[in-house]
Design a protein around this ligand. Sequence first.
Ligand code: ZN
Length: 248
Amino acid sequence: MPVRETEAIILRSFPFKEADKIVSFFGRETGRMRGVAPNARRSVRRFGAGLALLSHVRIHFQEHPSRDLVRIESCDLLHSVLETESSYERIVAYSYLAEVCEQLLPEHEVHDAFFRLLLLVREEIFRGGSIWRPLTYFDLWSLKLAGLLPPLDVCEQCGQPLGQNDPGWFRQQSDGLQCRDCHSQGGSKLTPASRSIAREMLSGPLSNIPADGWDQSRASDLRRFLEQCLERLIERKLVTRQQLDHLP
Ligand SMILES: [Zn+2]
């Protein structure tokens, strides 16, 4: 079989047998794939830091018709987010991006817009500043690109528009937002300020969103709403979401 190559971002790698690694990657020209990197735990020359979490790489691999896993021949590192010392907070954020991609993206499906989203958000987190602004942007756009972002300006029950200055309400099991008249006791509130952040993030690039004032509490209601949408979609809990929630 011919050797193929693709620009890719490494989602996960773990030891396999004595010296190999299993690698999950999101290829720009191939979609999400899994492969074996033979002797990767010994051969620094062929793989170096290229198989680390969220490394941006050019990966060379061979497919075998009867096997699920491709054989990874080599990996050229373009950029590693772990090159310099990363804080625990950043590593949890990178792990969250990787887990969402692993769970949400179908195997072998090319998705260039999603690839660009992942590249942008990982670079924004790497550059420093608050992780919450790029993570909120990622939550919104990953649902939007998957075609599964619920409308944020209409009540899911009665269909009435939600005013710009009105909150919306949501519950764990609900698919969208409800208006003041329809929401029942015990629901969570999505504030007008967070709805406004969502509108801004959906209408322009991340660089348009000012970086000031993004502590963990900012738009936390929006992230909770979006992340529970993601979890319903993938039908499981995101392990790294709980780690994000417990960051000091
Ligand atoms: Zn309503």
